[in-house]
Design a protein around this ligand. Sequence first.
Ligand code: SF4
Length: 351
Amino acid sequence: MGVTRRDFIKSSFLLGSSLILTPFSLQAAQKKEERWVPAYEKLEKEGKLAQRVEQAYAIFENCQLCPRRCGVNRKKGERGFCRAPLNPVIFSYHPHFGEEMSIVGQNGSGTIFFSNCGLRCVFCQNWPISHEGRGNEVQDEELADMMLHLQKIGCHNINLVTPTHVMPNILNATRIALKKGLGLPLFYNTCGHERLEILKILDGIVDIYKPDMKYMDADKAAKYSAGASDYPEVTKKAILEMHRQVGQLQIDRQGIAKRGLIIRHLVMPNRVADTEKFVKWVAENLPKSTYVNIMAQYRVEYKAFEYPEISRGITVQEFLEAMDWAKIHGLTNLDPQSKAIRDFYSQPRSN
Ligand code: SF4
């Protein structure tokens, strides 16, 4: 085929962006639209947001925010499996252009990278942040100011990366920011390992959910994500609940996502992520038009070198077979960048 794995990985990023960047309709952009109202603003008007913040904060006393359910009292300074303190630790906040095009838009996704994580995968691409907890501890008021800053510079959403263990802080900060004018969609960017009881607290607050679906097999989840053998079953239930809350992805006339579900699935070498089972599960349990992003950018990071089966990038063939499975199982709303990469590498080549 004449394409090395390195060429494939490098060009996947470039190609994905360049092939699907369609200019938004100027006419549509100029038309005056009714003001879009985020979910949390509606909940505040109903007088329910403060109650949710209180409910969420109480969980810190016996932390059950994620399925690890450590039971530590984070208000008293105890730390559980994620090693997170009571206050959020933030590595960075800025416009981010590495998300789906409807999330990034013209001005970027207003991304806040939270340090620490309850899943702790051996191939984590953010390991200095998620495993080592690098970053600065802030108060909820400062987190609210970050949200407002991201809105001020034109970002299209508040992208909360690894939010699970700081969910109460996020809710409190969102309410503080709302009172000062926050009006962007809240975008919950999670590993997918979420408890149903916790997601119920987020019902009517989060506008866009983006869970990963990393594995379909309990043993693999346990092996690569610190014993989390419940990951496949917990995450399946979580995704169904997220879909119940926000439904299909909705895009405005400027091409910007406002509400709904995006499922991300990273293709891994040697079929470790069980992509065929994943797409089959989506097709059988959710509308086939659910937005699914099958990603090609697996990199050997952190401790992945210690596991021979995941100590290399994926091949072109592994990515193409993943996309083929999605087609075979009838998924109709695949991420345009993934489709562009598939189409490019599907073309016949000469050496
Ligand atoms: S958020 Fe952290 S402390 Fe709380 S249950 Fe999960 S791992 Fe344990």
